[in-house]
Ligand binder design. Structure first.
Ligand code: C2E
Ligand code: MG
Ligand code: MG
Ligand code: MG
Length: 293
């Protein structure tokens, strides 16, 4: 697969290997019909305020429920959806579905933030702003409860990124930089773009415990990123928190928000609803055991 990218240049795309010897062509025609056949579903993963253990948000994570192949992870079909352009209607569905879900869950947790990942294609769409405006109007979700996740490379490659971000910000939604630290070395953009949140890439969190104990350079790097975010008045989120050691370190470093398997794995709507009802009934925040001094 060879695809022409916005802004010129070529990006090579190799077909995703999802096992079973499924060819890209087969996958593409199946992907074409997946939306109308309602084969997409969202899983949701909670985000917690480190200090209080309070649930503050959810990230919507796309999956493809293929009738024969089973549940397919986004990394196995989003690249294909991106080159074919199918990501645009799929992304619109994600935003609507996640926003509707946020409204429903707001009855239990009124300030719950719903984070939605945007693809590069979507970010470049002429009608993105209009799309977001319409979905907020249709669902009545308060704009500050919707957080759009963008990556550094998207921000760097899109012409008029500043303008798009400003117009999104004018709608009142929150903006997050996903996978922070992996995409770009020039940090000057942080000063110009109206961003609310930095989500530190999982690799920084995982490096902390790579060899059983934390390398002092990995600690220093992570600590510096957290300080940078806080100096710029940005909310800083750690994703991919799997181990107690990571949790303890992130708590000590006062990272604002935590997300990861250790706290809660992504789950489909039905299971997450049950869990939310339990959490509400309990009436108290999650206790991060190892963070207790
Ligand atoms: P992401 O936005 O950085 O999402 C975080 C990924 O890490 C998710 O993988 C999540 O399930 C996983 N994760 C969460 N906690 C942990 C942990 O403790 N350890 C580990 N190892 N992983 C953890 P997932 O759901 O497979 O999604 C992968 C990527 O696919 C996402 O990365 C995002 O870039 C993309 N994606 C997901 N949903 C959408 C969508 O609706 N639209 C677009 N454009 N991209 C999406
Ligand atoms: Mg994300
Ligand atoms: Mg990420
Ligand atoms: Mg990612």
């Amino acid at each position: 697969y060879q695809a022409k990218r916005r802004g010129g240049g070529f990006a090579f795309y190799s077909s995703p290997d999802i096992g079973n010897g499924v060819s890209t062509i087969t996958l593409e025609s199946a992907l074409n019909r997946a939306l109308e056949r309602e084969e997409f579903i969202l899983h949701y993963q909670p985000q917690f305020e480190t200090q209080s253990g309070r649930l503050i948000g959810m990230e919507a994570l796309l999956r493809w429920q293929h009738p024969e192949l089973g549940l397919i992870a986004p990394n196995d079909f989003i690249p294909l959806a991106e080159v074919t352009g199918l990501i645009v209607p799929i992304g619109r569905w994600v935003m609507e579905e996640a926003t509707r879900q946020a409204v429903e869950w707001s009855q239990l947790f009124p300030d719950l933030i719903m984070a939605v990942n945007l693809s590069a294609r979507q970010f470049g769409q002429q009608d993105l702003i209009e799309q977001v405006r319409v979905v907020l109007e249709k669902t009545n979700l308060r704009p500050q409860q919707l957080e759009l996740e963008l990556t550094e490379s998207m921000l760097m490659h899109a012409e008029e990124a500043t303008d798009i971000l400003k117009r999104l910000k004018d709608l009142g939604v929150r903006l997050a930089v996903d996978d922070f630290g992996t995409g770009y070395s020039n940090l000057a953009y942080l000063k110009h773009f109206p961003i609310d949140t930095l989500k530190i890439d999982q690799s920084f969190i995982q490096n902390l415990t790579k060899n059983g104990s934390a390398d002092s350079r990995d600690r220093a790097l992570l600590s510096a990123i957290i300080n940078l975010a806080q100096a710029l008045n940005l909310t800083v989120t750690a994703e991919g928190v799997e181990h107690e050691l990571q949790l303890t370190f992130l708590t000590e470093e006062a990272c604002d928000v935590l997300q990861g398997y250790l706290l809660k794995r992504p789950q489909p709507r039905e299971l997450m609803s049950l869990w939310l009802e339990e959490l509400k009934k309990l009436g108290k925040p999650i206790q991060f055991e190892s963070a207790v001094k």
